[in-house]
Design a protein around this ligand. Structure first.
Ligand code: MD3
Ligand code: FE
Length: 206
């Protein structure tokens, strides 16, 4: 007998963590951050192929990808300025869902147009994997896929809606995952549609 695949141990979906008013406040804060640290177009290391997702960051460190590789750095790759501070709403969220971890150092801001997607990958550019990754979804619903710690093997799909938080700890921290599709027009939060995902991470060893 077979069972339908289940998410790995350590995967926690917290639906509706942020209500509509809080989501609007978060969008306002993100727009302010993007005025100082505009979205940039990352490219794949080696091939230089552009991501369909545009990105920025806040917090002491930010994740970037260019022809030379993936890495964390303290400055914006285009402006050269330090990343803006992480808003208190996000440091509070981290405190609540990861109370035993040292503070988050990076908040990656991913912006998806309705056509954008993110291929199956692992997040392993951090120095330690003890702390969870914490994700906040805003705007259009996404179809999210998560498997195990090996690239092959079964995956589970689920929808991430605006206001949902996902905590990836334990075995899930190194699980393969990606975004298959954005459900265009599924949310009225963002004036021009699309989706914003925020991922909070500890990068250095606590
Ligand atoms: C599972 N972001 O930024 S968020 C990423 O919606 C990334 O933008 C996706 O994958 C997005 O790296 C997915 C949910 C998520 C984030 C980090 C994870 C799932 C994860 C790390 C490990 C396992
Ligand atoms: Fe990821």
């Amino acid at each position: 007998m077979t069972v339908k695949p289940v998410p790995p141990e350590g995967f926690r979906l917290l639906p509706g963590t942020f209500d509509r008013v809080q989501q609007e406040a978060l969008v306002t804060l993100i727009r302010q951050i993007l005025e100082d640290a505009p979205l940039f177009q990352p490219v794949m290391p080696r091939t230089g192929k552009a991501f369909s997702v545009r990105m920025s960051n806040c917090g002491p460190l930010g994740w970037v990808s260019d022809i030379n590789g993936y890495r964390y750095q303290s400055t914006h790759p285009v402006t050269g300025r330090p990343w803006p501070a992480m808003p208190e709403m996000l440091t509070d969220l981290w405190q609540t869902v990861a109370p035993d971890s040292p503070p988050a150092e990076a908040c990656l801001i991913n912006f998806y147009t309705p056509e954008a997607k993110m291929g199956l990958h692992q997040d392993r550019d951090e120095e330690a994997f003890d702390a969870p990754v914490v994700s906040v979804s805003l705007g259009d619903t996404a179809t999210f896929r998560i498997g195990g710690t090996s690239r092959k093997g079964p995956t589970t799909s689920l929808r991430l809606a605006s206001g949902d938080v996902v905590v990836l700890g334990g075995e899930a921290r190194l699980a393969y995952h990606g975004i298959d599709r954005i459900l265009k027009g599924s949310s009225t939060l963002l004036q021009n549609g699309g989706r914003i995902n925020l991922t909070l991470r500890r990068v250095t060893k606590g």
